[in-house]
Write a protein that binds this ligand. Structure first.
Ligand code: PLP
Length: 402
């Protein structure tokens, strides 16, 4: 009889989005002229920029001619894109990352979920609470619910920045700007983690999916801005939230060649080599047309359009943040991230606030407890709706006698 990976049976059923969907359905049935505003979505809403669309059209035309048709590409990504990433995202900001340290992929969800393939099962893995659920679930799939998974509580008290572990930790996931709390780490806060990792021979898995939302040039957009981080970190970047590629699918992961660890036979092993082997075995590359679209993001026009999209969402974030603060609510994030994390008023729990906000203001958000137990009593609103709907939502909350 064959067996399954029973670790899958240990996963928490994710009722979050299905419960939200059911509640919305019930609301819409009871309110036929529904004026519901959705501030729960973590997906972008603006269309792809004209420069990206034009690059897609050209690439599609190339595929139509036998002279320019492309079949399988390099599993690591085409040089035209890897070179642009290295030049603009890194060297342009004073960071030495070479093109062959960049692995183009179809999404940071895939890469943050798959990175465990190259890590040992005996590692103690630290994950923040609340968290982007992929880190937790992909570790449970691999290890089962294990005492080797340690939660780092992020609370109002520590400003939603995890404290350095006092016990052994071999691998830690850090995501800044953070989903769901919208908070950022300063360079000196991140430097503490880099130093800790170097001292303890630990690995930092740094998710920078929201780096484009950072408004302050002094805040780190890449962990590799920190000295020696190349010896202890892997970084995940995505085109989803900066350039609207959530449906197109493109991302990249930086695995520096300096990142090495001693194997049990005493040899020093490069994680770059392992990830290269993993990707070339299990992944056949991001579509050519998508990589051409991603390349277009780096053209001067593409850069400008991308910045405009981010600015559009950040205007919404400011409207929500300032509106809620004006209403007397306790609010975090929203300054360098498209997420606003608010403390539910009057001691309400996350779901009770969800129900009230839906009933009284006809607004949908995401209960904080859906991101982990430490999210209880909090609520996430996102900046991904239109200006008009965002203003209307804040107006409704302002008028609401909570
Ligand atoms: N990392 C974080 C923290 C996210 O919030 C998301 C998406 O919401 C992702 C990664 C996934 O990005 P991608 O669309 O590249 O898979």
């Amino acid at each position: 009889m064959f067996r399954i990976n029973e670790n899958y049976l240990q996963l928490n059923q994710s009722y979050l989005f299905s419960t939200i969907a059911k509640k919305i359905e019930a609301f819409n049935t009871a309110n036929l002229e529904s004026d519901l505003i959705r501030l729960g979505i973590g997906d972008v809403t603006l269309p792809l920029s004209p420069t990206v669309i034009s690059a897609l059209h050209s690439a599609v035309d190339e595929m139509a001619s036998s002279n320019t048709f492309r079949g399988y590409g390099p599993e690591q990504g085409y040089d035209f894109l890897r070179n642009k990433i290295a030049e603009i995202d890194f060297r342009g900001r004073g960071i030495e990352i070479s093109a062959d340290e960049i692995f183009v992929s179809d999404g940071s969800k895939s890469d943050t979920g798959n990175i465990g393939d190259i890590l040992g099962e005996e590692n103690v893995v630290a994950i923040t609470n609340p968290v982007y659920p992929v880190y937790m679930d992909s570790n449970i799939m691999r290890l089962g619910k294990s005492s080797n998974i340690l939660l780092l509580t992020c609370s109002k008290e520590n400003g939603f920045i995890p404290e350095l572990p006092t016990e052994r930790v071999d691998v830690v996931y850090l995501c800044f700007p953070n989903n769901p709390t919208g908070t950022v780490m300063t360079k000196s806060e991140l430097a503490k983690w880099v130093n800790w990792a170097l001292e303890n021979e630990s690995l930092i898995l740094f998710d920078a999916a929201y780096e484009a939302y950072i408004q302050d040039a002094n805040l780190p957009r890449s962990i590799f801005e920190l000295e020696n981080a190349k010896r202890c970190a892997i970084e995940f970047r995505s085109f989803s939230k900066n350039a609207g590629f959530t449906g197109l699918r493109c991302s990249y992961t930086v695995v520096p060649k300096e990142l090495k660890v001693r194997a049990s036979n005493g040899d020093m092993v490069s994680l770059h080599g392992l990830w290269n082997r993993r990707q070339s075995t299990k992944f056949n590359g991001t579509p050519y047309i998508v990589q051409r679209a991603a390349e277009a993001v780096y053209s001067p026009q593409g850069q400008q359009e991308t910045q405009e999209m981010v600015a559009y969402y950040m205007q919404n974030a400011t409207v929500i943040r300032e509106g809620l603060i004006g209403r007397g609510l306790t609010v975090f994030g929203g300054e360098h991230a498209p997420y606003i994390w608010l403390q539910c008023p009057t001691g309400l729990d996350s779901w009770a606030f969800f129900d009230l906000l839906l009933e009284k203001c006809h607004i949908v958000g995401t209960p904080g407890v859906g991101f982990g137990s430490a999210g209880e009593g909090y609520f996430r609103l996102t900046a991904f709706n239109t200006h008009e709907k965002t203003l209307e939502a804040v107006e409704r909350i302002t008028q609401w006698n909570i």
